[in-house]
Design a protein around this ligand. Structure first.
Ligand code: SF4
Length: 809
């Protein structure tokens, strides 16, 4: 197991503010003395370590080479074992263009135009701090702390990144908590009903762990078949020690033992494009139908593991149903065999019409799965980001469950490959006295009619209802007001009404389109401009920590989030309580040392300052291994302690919750088309449309960097059959229209997408005249999505469930 803790060469020279911080023990400056093109030494070159701060989950390692107090160029991880280097992808390698962008916000600014117009005037930090004080105090006095919401945002990860605001608000009485996240919303809500989540039983569900899922390294070691549903690390997690690298090793290992990888996706994505195994194109949003047909074939072929299903599961067949549901033909097997509620047998022919996959191809895939010694079935987070995503996520897990291929070497539970369980250091601590949780996709409804939102009609957690409409909204390093949310035109209507949300504070490095809705806009310092500490991310399978910086001074009046929050705390008379007498640099040292107490193998503080990076590999893991080995000693956190294919709790919610017309919560993971899903296209909107994550951006982060945009243009993928019907040629400027809005975008005519579906890379920055035609020239897919939270999670399922027409512009 490689461990990296070698020393770097020592510091040579620093400059300006950097030297001052270093003298205070704050700057990590491991230095080299590279030679320039002519071979002469660059005496003042030094390296400041950092990590990519965006939310792809990789947190790849940066070395900022500094000359004359400015970043001259960037290298990534080039230390230690080459097979274990967290090298940045094209996005991370463009970070210098972000740090030094002419678009950086430089001063605090107050809105002067209408909300959303993007007109601001410069004010001083003193005025800004006072304004924040006054607005927080006013909101608490008039509406209470439950009128404050700190919005989802992931553009500046770090141990001291997002938490300063939360720490401050917690000390002022609290704020409404976020429930779930935009990445795994439907999965996070529905999977616990199948796999359980109960602290007392010791089985707490998270889509970000290795308890419920196996690592790619386990597939590499033991699997002979990998089946991936909508999972493309080569598009999403492209860094060196990131999931794509793990996947590359899986691919080589599987090939060497004569196995194969099958990729099921509506696009021939970058992960399946790079190798010769199989791509099975599927109509978007219909994975649960394919899974039902696969399980049907397992039954017909006598390949289900009845012993496992009977001992470890509830709801597979009549004999394993709970008392409350016996004799009602409500089991999953009844559903498959046509004796369930809909009396339709889930044959490959049935699934073929829905999925567009030939029936024989479905049969062949079933045989491959039956014959595999160790099938590793996994899903990305795209399949669950549909209007039927709560059922889809569980349905994919039914494939290994039906075969009893769970908890064994080389197998997986049908979830995304496992993520690291070990974080070496903690983030800045905060406590929130308010326990009320708002599903993350519901903040707009909470502004519009929050006080009417309850557990039963909006999935409010921790309380029966929300105590107030949201009146004060804060966003730190996020673009989720508009760009990453659904139905941007609706968002505009709600936010433009100043009587609803009364104050919006946005804290960022550039003016995002969400930032245009700010009443107060604050300029944040980049991670490269302060001492920074970060764990490894959550999408690769090692653990580590990076400490370093600043590489250069922040421009203009940019400040760290921590320092500004400390000043706000002072206006409330709680500076000392907020800081506990520590600067940000001292907190980082404190948190690092705390981490080292738990993990004494870590370098000392002095050593990490010098070497910048510490990392170590983790052994492979098998999801639900303990449960498989001894289900009595390690019951799951479900009411029965078993895998609940049929969930009584979900059945009850379907009866007790207030659902919109046509909505249902299903006790078993059926194929339910969902709004704007299969069968919902119309004459006006005859095509399905789905978003996908794209190489040029991490969500919307990097979306303003022209260089990577030019390499990976924002294009609507369309099959030649659909393009021909519309007289659209590759590169044509097109209009894509949905019931929610319209965008302008270039066409990419390609057989790499299934006919009948348009694919649009998500995250492109919204760019429309909201007082004019509202046609979005930026090509942001959320102009097209509806805002209709899903039945159970109340989540962003509509992200990939859209119906559209596309025409030549
Ligand atoms: S893979 Fe992710 S974390 Fe790594 S450089 Fe690219 S965007 Fe950043």
């Amino acid at each position: 197991m490689p461990q990296l803790n070698q020393s770097r060469r020592t510091f040579v020279k620093s400059a300006g503010a950097l030297a001052a911080v270093a003298a205070a023990g704050g700057a990590a400056s491991a230095l080299t003395q590279p030679t320039d093109a002519l071979g002469s030494k660059q005496e003042d070159d030094r390296i400041a370590w950092s990590m990519c701060n965006v939310n792809c989950g990789g947190n790849c390692i940066f070395q900022w080479h500094v000359k004359d107090g400015k970043i001259a160029y960037m290298e990534s991880d080039n230390i230690g074992d080459k097979a274990f280097q967290a090298r940045a992808c094209l996005r991370g390698r463009s970070m210098r263009r972000w740090v030094n962008s002419p678009d950086r916000l430089l001063y605090p600014m107050k809105r002067v135009g209408k909300r959303g117009e993007g007109k601001f005037e410069r004010i001083s930090w003193e005025e800004a701090i006072q304004l924040i004080h006054d607005k927080i105090q006013y909101t608490i006095d008039k509406y209470g702390n439950e009128a404050i919401y700190f919005n989802y945002g992931t553009g500046m990860y770090s141990t001291t990144g997002r938490n300063p605001s939360k720490r401050l608000l917690g000390m002022l009485g609290g704020f409404v908590n976020q429930r779930y996240d935009y990445s795994t919303h439907m999965m996070s809500a529905s999977m616990p009903y199948m796999f359980g989540s109960n602290k007392e039983k010791g089985s707490v569900y998270s889509p970000y762990d290795n308890v419920n899922a196996s690592s790619f390294s386990e597939a590499e070691a033991h699997s002979d078949l990998v089946v991936m549903f909508g999972n493309s690390p080569a598009d999403t997690r492209m860094g060196g020690a990131n999931a794509v690298w793990d996947f590359a090793r899986v691919r080589e290992a599987i090939k060497s033992r004569g196995g194969k990888i099958v990729n099921i996706d509506y696009r021939l994505n970058e992960t399946s494009a790079g190798h010769s195994d199989e791509w099975i194109p599927i109509r978007t949003g219909t994975d649960a139908a394919l899974c039902a047909a696969l399980c049907h074939e397992f039954v017909v072929d006598g390949k289900t593991d009845e012993e496992f299903l009977s001992a470890y599961c509830v709801g597979w067949d009549e004999s394993t149903m709970p008392e409350s549901a016996k004799g009602k033909s409500k089991s999953y097997k009844d559903y498959l065999m046509g004796v369930g509620y809909d009396k339709i047998e889930k044959t490959p022919e049935w699934a073929s019409k829905i999925t567009q996959i030939p029936a024989d191809r479905i049969r062949q895939l079933a045989k491959d799965l039956e014959n595999a010694k160790a099938p590793f079935v996994c899903q990305g987070w795209g399949p669950q980001r549909h209007s039927n995503g709560e059922d889809t996520a569980r349905a994919i897990s039914m494939v290994p469950i039906a075969l009893g291929q769970i908890g064994l070497p080389g197998t997986n539970t049908g979830q995304r490959e496992a993520e690291p369980p070990t974080y070496l250091v903690s983030a800045l601590p905060f406590k929130n006295p308010i326990k009320t949780q708002l599903p993350v996709y519901q903040w707009l409804n909470a502004i519009d009619h929050g006080s009417k939102m309850t557990a039963a009609n909006a999935g409010i957690g921790g309380a029966e209802k929300l105590g107030s409409d949201i009146k004060l909204l804060i966003s730190y390093a996020g673009n989720c007001f508009t760009n990453q949310h659904g139905d941007i035109n609706k968002v505009h209507e709600v936010l433009a009404d100043e009587s609803k949300c009364e104050f919006i504070l946005v804290w960022d490095t550039v003016l995002t389109d969400s930032g245009k809705y700010a009443d107060l806009l604050l300029p944040d310092a980049m991670r490269a401009e302060q001492l920074n500490m970060q764990n490894q991310g959550y999408s690769e399978y090692y653990t580590g920590v990076t400490v370093g910086g600043p590489a250069q001074e922040a421009p203009g009046e940019c400040r760290t989030h921590y320092d500004a929050c400390a000043d706000i705390a002072e206006t409330f008379g709680i500076r000392e309580q907020f800081t506990e007498g520590r600067t940000q640099e001292e907190w980082i040292e404190f948190l690092y040392k705390q981490g080292r107490e738990k993990h004494p193998e870590m370098p000392t503080w002095e050593e990490i300052l010098e070497q910048g990076v510490y990392k170590r590999e983790l052994p492979p893991s098998i999801g639900l291994k303990d449960f498989r080995d001894d289900p009595s000693a390690h019951p799951l956190g479900t009411p029965s302690g078993k895998i609940e294919i049929y969930s009584e709790a979900l059945d009850k919610l379907n009866d007790s919750w207030e659902l919109a017309e046509g909505e249902e919560i299903h006790a078993i993971p059926v194929f339910w088309p969902g709004p704007d899903g299969y069968g919902e296209v119309t004459e006006e909107y005859p095509l399905y449309c789905s978003g996908f994550h794209y190489k040029s951006r991490t969500h919307s982060s990097f979306g303003f960097i022209k260089e990577i945009d030019e390499m990976n243009r924002q294009q609507a993928w369309i099959n030649p059959i659909d393009a021909r019907e519309r007289n659209i040629a590759n590169g044509d400027k097109c209009r894509v229209k949905s019931p929610a809005g319209e965008i302008e975008i270039e066409a990419k005519v390609t057989p790499r997408i299934i006919p009948g579906t348009v694919g649009i890379p998500q995250g492109a920055w919204h760019d429309a005249d909201m007082n004019g035609d509202r046609v979005d020239k930026g090509g942001c897919i959320n102009t097209l999505t509806s805002y209709r939270p899903t039945p159970l999670a109340k989540g962003n399922g509509p992200s990939h469930s859209i119906i559209v027409q596309i025409t030549k512009a």
